[in-house]
Write a protein that binds this ligand. Structure first.
Ligand code: ADP
Length: 518
């Protein structure tokens, strides 16, 4: 009897989770009410019901404005509800404006939700508290070196000099990034993460959505902006399609484009990089470069469009990024022949080239139980069904379908290299603190995937979009992955989250100044 009640409860709860997880089409504030009605059947208390719904939906699914509240005119229109767009909206509102955000997907967050490493910033209070001596100059030099001196140095200077302020601003609105780590190419711990060390993206997006809601900023989802309009040489608003059906023309004195990159637009990718044709992408489906296309129609120019960051280790079926920490904690890459073929810790572009040079153009990350315990993300990869396991090396080889002898010999040679601190085969020097000798053994099949588009529209440090003569297009601002130049030809991990907050803030402030001057 007791079991039956429990089973019924589970069934009702599951129903509720499915309904909650369906998202909001932007016209249904009643979704929450529906959820509550559903759960009442389960006999839970209201409080329990609410927290259950929140745990599933997250802040980002319950805060959208019903489409029937859309007005004809706002001070500032922000296109895109990723990190840059929501940050810009909050600053515009704080400057006394009446902004609106249009998001084409059913949820806010964009690629920002997927970001994991953290937010780079120098001379921050959290660094000081933790005794980390850093300087904006060092952050500048290291980012410039990472970008092989191809970065837009004015944007970069603004970026480093305003990074600590951006950390403080987030802290002041309840988004605390005080857990510090380091990413490739940086010499100091300047990558700021949430206190519990979790991935930055979801935490940041939830915090921004919460603030947008608290500030009463309308955020419309399923609102696809198709065109930015102009009148008398100035931006005058947008044309937006709601729920794929209804087109509306909305006016504003300024438009901030925060539509993210074009990593999920295969046509654009192949136009600029034919060699990347057919690559999977880690990007969310809304990253189709719309902002770039719309801005080009108004005479805005682009930079670095062929600079596309490819990540070497992406699970292909789910297009899911397998983080660098797996290699950093000791994993090796082996081919379908069961042998290593390159220094796994070399830069992303070189490891990618080595994988692509294999006949099968894919490889396996192979690791042991020690790596699994040190790289926490592997638990998630396991849940997603990516991890092949074997109690012995031979059993793993069999499960992978690679020659057993070869894999056993590869691990033997590698473990000797780790002991002797000398990888005579491929010259790897890092991620060698531990050998691979703790059963069970594991493997994840990977291949390269598109990760981030460094190119985009050209802006100045006021986030004004520039035309071919280098002049701002009046009323047009842009921030985040839609812009190009800051990262040059190679983005450092942790710099994109910093980019969206620093330049998102600046876009909100400068667009407000522009509107006030009209
Ligand atoms: P950033 O990191 O620069 O903030 P994100 O990828 O996180 O970029 O967010 C960009 C957001 O813009 C995404 O949520 C994406 O779906 C949205 N977007 C892209 N094109 C449009 C469009 N035409 N209209 C409305 N929203 C758009």
């Amino acid at each position: 009897m007791h079991k039956k009640v429990t089973a019924a409860l589970i069934l009702v709860l599951s129903l509720m989770l499915v309904i909650t997880g369906c998202g909001n089409n932007g016209n249904e504030p009643q979704n929450q009410a529906q959820n509550q009605n559903q759960t009442q059947a389960g006999g839970q208390t209201d409080k329990a019901k609410e927290s259950e719904a929140e745990a599933v939906a997250g802040a980002s699914e319950k805060s959208y404005t019903p489409h029937d509240q859309l007005k004809d005119s706002y001070d500032i229109i922000i296109i895109g509800a990723g990190g840059a767009g929501m940050t810009a909206a909050l600053e515009a509102k704080a400057s006394g404006m009446n902004p609106v955000i249009f998001e084409k997907m059913p949820v806010a967050g964009g690629n920002t939700t997927k970001s994991s490493s953290g937010m780079n910033a120098s001379e921050t209070k959290f660094q000081k508290e933790q005794g980390i001596e850093d300087s904006n100059d060092k952050f500048y030099e290291e980012t410039l070196k990472g970008g092989h001196n191809t970065n837009d140095t004015e944007l970069l200077r603004y970026f480093v000099d305003h990074s600590a302020e951006a950390i403080d601003w987030l802290d002041a609105i309840g988004i605390r990034l005080n857990n510090l780590t380091i990413t490739g190419g940086m010499s100091e711990k300047r990558t700021h993460r949430p206190e519990d060390g979790s991935a930055v993206g979801q935490y940041l997006v939830d915090g921004l959505v919460r603030n947008v809601e608290e500030q009463g900023i309308p955020l419309f989802v399923n609102a696809n902006v198709k065109e930015i309009t102009q009148q008398d040489g100035k931006v005058s608003g947008v044309k937006v399609v709601l729920n794929d059906t209804e087109e509306k023309t909305i006016t504003a004195k300024a438009v901030i484009v925060a539509t993210g990159g074009y990593g999920a637009n295969p046509e654009m990718i192949t136009q600029f990089r034919p060699d990347l044709k057919g690559y999977v992408t880690t990007n969310q489906v809304g990253s189709t470069g719309d902002g770039i296309t719309m801005i080009e129609k108004l005479g805005g120019v682009t930079v670095d469009m062929d600079q596309i960051q490819v990540h070497p280790t992406v699970q292909q079926e789910k297009s899911y990024l397998i983080g660098e920490a797996v290699r950093g904690e000791g994993a090796i890459l082996v081919s379908s022949e069961g042998v290593r073929f390159y220094n796994e810790m070399d830069t992303r572009d070189k490891v990618t080239a080595a994988i692509n040079a294999l006949p099968e153009k894919s490889a396996y990350l192979v690791f042991d139980s020690g790596v699994k315990s040190r790289a926490k993300a592997i638990q998630q990869y396991e849940k997603m069904g990516f991890v092949i396991q074997g109690d012995t090396i031979e059993a793993l080889a069999e499960a992978m379908g690679v020659p057993e002898d070869a894999l056993a010999k590869t691990l033997e040679t590698w473990n000797a290299a780790v002991q002797g601190k000398n990888d005579a085969e491929f010259g790897r020097t890092t991620g060698m603190d531990y050998d691979l000798s703790g059963a069970p053994y594991y493997a994840i099949k990977i291949a390269p995937g598109i990760h981030y588009t460094m190119g985009g529209v050209k802006i100045n440090t006021n986030t004004e979009v520039l035309n071919k003569d280098g002049n701002p297009i009046p009323g047009l601002f842009a921030a985040g992955e839609v812009t190009g130049g800051l990262h040059g030809d190679n983005r450092i991990g942790g710099n994109s989250v910093a980019d969206i907050i620093i330049f998102g803030r600046q876009a909100g402030v400068k667009a407000a100044e522009f509107v006030k001057a009209q």
